[in-house]
Design a protein around this ligand. Structure first.
Ligand SMILES: [Ca+2]
Ligand SMILES: [Ca+2]
Ligand SMILES: [Ca+2]
Length: 203
């Protein structure tokens, strides 16, 4: 008896086929003996069980100087570890724990799409200029979900938006001369405090 396996290209895993045999009633030795013979057809596909590509996410250039008005862009790129066999969609979300604010400091695309046959896709993140005196800000884009792909660990694209407003001079500078004239007490106010180094030199 021969059992022939039929070739295909499907990644459908190993298959077990049970072949049932019944001997003839005229066979005096094995009369009506029933046999069940399992035959395993092994799937040789290298991509089974999961053929989805792994996805990484990042900016081509992770810093930008803010500017005072209008918008600028930076390229946000999603990259696969293999060529896509079907369309891969990476849905994006912003991480609100980072200092830059979605909507006022930057805006980003809802998703990046990678067509079948490609291994990467990209879209623009838009940065808004302002004239606010502030610290550098960081925009963080996370992966919300992926269709036909797998997030490679935890991906987060980070963009540093460099503030370009000049640091204003200290204000409310006052001095007093105590009885001991070798000593002068000075007080002043800086804003925002985080923009000033801690070592203030007095001449
Ligand atoms: Ca500015
Ligand atoms: Ca800003
Ligand atoms: Ca600013």
């Amino acid at each position: 008896m021969f059992v022939a396996a039929i070739q295909d290209n499907a990644s459908d895993g190993d298959t077990v086929v049970n072949v049932n045999l019944t001997t003839s009633s005229t066979d005096s030795t094995w009369n009506r003996l029933n046999l069940r013979v399992p035959v395993t057809v092994i799937d040789q596909s290298q991509t089974f069980p999961n053929s989805d590509p792994y996805v990484t996410l990042g900016f081509d250039n992770g810093t930008i100087t803010e500017g005072n008005a209008g918008t600028q862009t930076r390229t946000l790129r999603a990259t696969l570890d293999t060529v896509a066999t079907s369309t891969v969609t990476i849905n994006l979300t912003d991480n609100a724990t980072c200092s830059a604010s979605n909507g006022s400091d930057f805006t980003y695309p809802a998703s990046i799409t990678i067509p079948a046959g490609q291994s990467e896709g990209a879209d623009n993140v838009t940065i808004n200029g302002d004239t606010n005196t502030e610290e550098n800000e960081i925009a963080c884009i996370d992966v919300a979900s992926i269709t036909n792909g797998i997030e490679d660990g935890t991906q987060q694209a980070r963009l540093t938006i460099r503030n370009d407003e000049p640091v204003p001079p200290p204000t409310n500078l006052t001095g007093t001369t105590p009885a001991n004239t070798q000593q002068v007490n000075l007080t002043w106010t800086v804003s925002p405090e985080s923009l000033f180094p801690f070592n203030h030199v007095i001449y």
